[in-house]
Design a protein around this ligand. Structure first.
Ligand SMILES: Cc1cc2nc3c(=O)[nH]c(=O)nc-3n(C[C@H](O)[C@H](O)[C@H](O)COP(=O)(O)O)c2cc1C
Length: 372
């Protein structure tokens, strides 16, 4: 029993635009590379997602879904929302979660230069022909260096924007409660935001306003595609999957980014840091607190918040309106129920995701580690 931990704030409802979440606990988006080769979600994925709804999470954000049948796909067996068959396959999965009380948001992702394997295209594209730092993730079936991307033409940019918009429309048709645009972690929208990967001298590069332009245009196109009364969120981060220590230029740049995004037709901003409560820069407020201060929209905070004291603190101090859990949700899909009942929490074991981050590997781990 953790009867000295005051967790009540996490269980208050929260309005995100037209949507009301039953509590402030979300499952963070997590790529599990477990779809069919055609990017269709499977029965095993349906069960995996349903357990979070059963466990009391008020919101489930899906793993990053690729948006088009061109350059967006990042990983083999990544699920998509790029065609009618994928849209149809998500519908019963979404309805099952909703029938158990969760709201469900589709994360829309274009991998850009971080694409490791994509059956639709050979080669990758990005803002500029700069080889990404780091090496491909083996737990998503990658190996070796990233390819040098082709610098995107205006036509490529228009196609990527249209891909996000059409995928968002499919999300609405499939019954999702909203979409989250993946502007974080080093993927395409973040590649445009970052000076290291964006060397363009046209309207999509240069100043921070130029580097934000693609995100701004994607939000505009997505909003036009889904209409006014539908949740659109944006996820942002400093760190990247291929560069964990990357930092924005400083608090001024963070203020500009959050002001720009907050002024768009978005319903929330989702920020992720390694430890959400730490100062975003050397000293000063956390990234979540900066997002709240400058963006003026509801903020979801992510990063090592599976400790209920830290999670509650973020909400109590007003640094965030809700929290999302990644590894904590993998360790126990019923984290909300356990915390509410003061039950023990299990530690996350990275072996769940090793050697592959897929659900078959997790099932093997469970057989080896859990009784019965
Ligand atoms: C296996 C795995 C897959 C992930 N895939 C995604 C993804 O598809 N989209 C995304 O925005 N973040 C992704 N993340 C990052 C998580 O959403 C989250 O930011 C990270 O796990 C840190 O939060 P935590 O400390 O609660 O685990 C992934 C994380 C893990 C562990």
């Amino acid at each position: 029993m953790r009867d000295n931990v005051q967790v009540a704030d996490l269980f208050e409802p929260l309005a995100l635009g037209p949507l009301t979440l039953p509590n402030r606990l979300a499952v963070a988006p997590m790529t599990r590379v477990s779809a069919t080769a055609d990017g269709l979600p499977t029965a095993r994925m349906a069960d995996y997602y349903a357990q979070f709804a059963d466990g009391g999470f008020g919101l489930v954000i899906t793993e990053g879904l690729y948006t088009d049948e061109a350059f967006s796909q990042g990983y083999l067996h990544q699920p998509g929302l790029a065609n009618a068959a994928q849209r149809a396959a998500w519908r019963p999965i979404v309805e099952r979660m909703q029938s158990r009380g969760s709201r469900v948001i589709a994360q829309l992702m274009h991998a850009g230069a971080l694409s490791q394997r994509n059956p639709h295209r050979t080669g990758t594209i990005g803002p500029s022909a700069v080889q990404p730092k780091g090496s491909q993730m083996t737990f998503y079936r990658g190996s070796g260096d990233y390819a040098v991307p082709a610098a995107m033409t205006q036509r490529d940019i228009d196609a990527a924007i249209a891909g996000f918009a059409q995928a968002a429309a499919r999300a609405r048709e499939a019954g999702f409660d909203g979409v989250e645009l993946h502007g974080a972690n080093g993927y395409l929208l973040d590649q445009f935001l970052s000076e290291g990967s964006n060397l363009r001298d046209d309207r999509y590069g240069g100043t921070i306003d130029g580097r934000l332009r693609l995100l701004v245009e994607v939000v505009g196109a997505v909003r036009a595609a889904v209409g006014e009364d539908y949740v659109v969120g944006v996820r942002l981060s400093q760190a990247k999957v291929n560069d964990f220590t990357h930092r924005w230029a400083g608090e001024d740049e963070a203020a500009t980014i959050f002001r720009t995004v907050g002024a768009l037709a978005v319903d929330y901003v989702h920020v992720t840091e390694y430890e959400a409560w730490r100062p975003a820069f050397e000293t000063g407020p956390s990234l979540a607190a900066l997002a709240k201060r400058h963006g003026g929209k509801p903020v979801l905070a992510n990063g090592f918040l599976h400790d209920p004291v830290q999670a509650t603190g973020m909400v109590e101090r007003g640094e965030a309106d809700a929290v999302s859990l990644g590894r904590g949700a993998l360790a126990q899909a019923d984290w909300p129920q356990r915390v509410r009942n003061g039950a023990a929490l299990a530690a996350f074991d990275p072996a769940i995701l090793s050697p592959l981050a897929d659900l078959a590997n997790a099932a093997r781990w469970r057989e080896d580690h859990l009784p019965g």
